[in-house]
Design a protein around this ligand. Sequence first.
Ligand code: FDA
Length: 373
Amino acid sequence: MQNNYLVVGSGLFGAVFANEMAKRGKKITVIEKRRHIGGNIYTKKIEGIQVHEYGAHIFHTKMKDIWEYINQFANFNNYINSPIANYKGEIYNLPFNMNTFNKLWGVVTPNDAKQKIEHQKKSFGLKGHPKNLEDQAISLIGLDIYNKLIKGYTEKQWGQSAKELPAFIIRRLPVRFTYDNNYFDDPYQGIPIGGYTQIIEKMLSNKLINVKTDTDFFKKRSKYLSSDSKIIFTGMIDEFFDYELGELEYRSLRFDTEILNEDNYQGNAVVNYTDFDTPFTRIIEHKHFEFGKGNKGKTVITHEYPQSWHRGDEPYYPINNKRNKKLYSEYVKLARERFPNVVFGGRLGQYRYYNMDQTIMAAQQAVKNEFEK
Ligand code: FDA
């Protein structure tokens, strides 16, 4: 049985793993290449406001046990994610619901809205299977919503025309025939009061855990690989193998954060800009995640610009197309053959778009695996 572990990456996966293993008496070293712990859920206080440095993070889950687990580390407020869309100055509620349909078409009852959508779908007249994302979206929701709320946003996000994007990206669209702006269906949702970083700090506070920031695994790779610690690697699996089989593709993002001398810039935490000509996809106004906390006369906003990924950029989103899925499975095979004692975990190690609740579940499973061998 292994007694020492080296966890590469202090994000949510690494922190949950380290916390659970230390509780079971194991000694853990966590190395982190950034200057701070927390991975992408890191938050930092600016002007009394918890700023989500790597994109807006709203905790939501269907799983009661995961909700109770995360609540050990912070108190959560009752924030409900209700983003709005700004299409050339016109404001619409998301996800698509009766408020959206009323604003678009003046319909008032669910029946009127259903009829309108059916009419829109029919007038498009798609025959056979949708060939691309555009066909798929219009066949699901009709032309008006597609043109105003889907097309521009999706093309900016993926950096490609909707006619070139595969249909499978939009399998279904959440459409609600109630006046309910709550984006998520999950019964548990909120934002940790005081931010996310405290959660990671508490997870890593056990005396058996030693944390080293500003420490890149690849700078002393052979030393780490030859030590007697078992490695839990939560960085990029393709980088671990020096891209030997080729690069997995990612989408990246640029965040431009600024402090404004006003109390309330946009009246909502998340505003999506759904036209193609506005170069950013969203503006986040962080204080609204905590119902307006922060210094008087100040607010902090972040513009999000989707980017293509090149080596050295932050790999925010895995791109789950056929090519990448195949390549990832080849890396998994290589890992089993060459490094059977290294566990690849988390969003980058497993090349999977995990929400936070799924990340916690995957880390808990990795802990179980250690004791079942
Ligand atoms: P994460 O990437 O956080 O951590 C990996 C860590 O490893 C990083 O700190 C990295 O620096 C470090 N590392 C990498 N290579 C290394 C090396 N060579 N040496 C040392 N350290 C190394 N989820 C949700 O539930 N609700 C939400 O609203 C959102 N929103 C959201 C927005 C955006 C823009 C993104 C990208 C993601 C989300 N998520 C989300 C998902 C959420 O961020 C995710 O579930 C967890 O942060 C994943 O944690 P990991 O530990 O797997 O990865």
